[in-house]
Design a protein around this ligand. Sequence first.
Ligand SMILES: Nc1ncnc2c1ncn2[C@@H]1O[C@H](COP(=O)(O)OP(=O)(O)OP(=O)(O)O)[C@@H](O)[C@H]1O
Length: 287
Amino acid sequence: MSDASNPPVDEVATKVDDGALGAFASGVDTTEEFPLQVEGLRKSFGGITAVDGASFEVEAGTLTGLIGPNGAGKSTTFNLITGMLKPDAGTVTFNGEDITGLEPHEIANRGMVRTFQIARELSEMTVLENMMLAPKHQRGEALWRSVTPGVRDDVREQEEELLERVWEVLDFFDIDHIAHEYAGNLSGGQRKLLEMARALLTDPDMLLLDEPFAGVNPTLEKKLLEHIHELREQGYTFLLVEHDMDLIMNNCEHVIVLHQGQVLTEGTPDDIRSNEEVIEAYLGGNV
Ligand SMILES: Nc1ncnc2c1ncn2[C@@H]1O[C@H](COP(=O)(O)OP(=O)(O)OP(=O)(O)O)[C@@H](O)[C@H]1O
């Protein structure tokens, strides 16, 4: 699945429209109480049923955790939601629209993005260049417009707005001082910040984070969490897959437990912590 987790940059679309980074204050346009609804999702690989009728909802403006023992189907569920994989059955609804089976860039265009590891070829580009590549569709549009008489001023304006937006996002994540550093030279934590900055540049309503803290030192983990909470307070919705149970329990207001491709239970961290079925599913009760 390595190809699926590192799509070409040009698959990362944007719905940047006004160029201004008002996104941090008012860019979230979710009106649904539960912007993400997953119903009866199913996916098999040969004889293995990775996701077996999973159904759940994610409430707007929450940091919701998706947990489960190894092989429970978390990554496959993420890939089905974000269009990296097509489900055998079931539906995914986002902001009231059936998005089942859409391509990843079509889903990103509708405001749901997942973070991607910086691909090897992007390591040889600077942080700023990585950011400028994120909203590729807008650049395509700019190119098209540049050959259309009479709209050159618009193009310049649009590109200036994009650059301004890039700097604001870099500033928000405190990585503006390393804008000219090669992505390949960043620490694990700085890379995670860049991955999230790139995702945010596409102006999403909802972000899916798959193990965003893996390989991140405690200082940067704290910083990353602060950014996530700040964005959540501004109305962004997060679905988070994370193995660190303490981190999930201390930061998520709602937790969904997957087991053998199905939702075993869901609730507040306190509900989950004391749930016998969950403890059994983890065989050893490390919750
Ligand atoms: N492309 C694939 N081909 C075959 N089997 C797969 C594929 N992807 C996942 N699986 C299998 O589906 C099941 C669920 O895998 P998945 O990676 O979704 O679980 P997970 O909960 O994310 O696990 P982990 O916590 O270990 O990352 C596992 O048995 C896995 O081996």
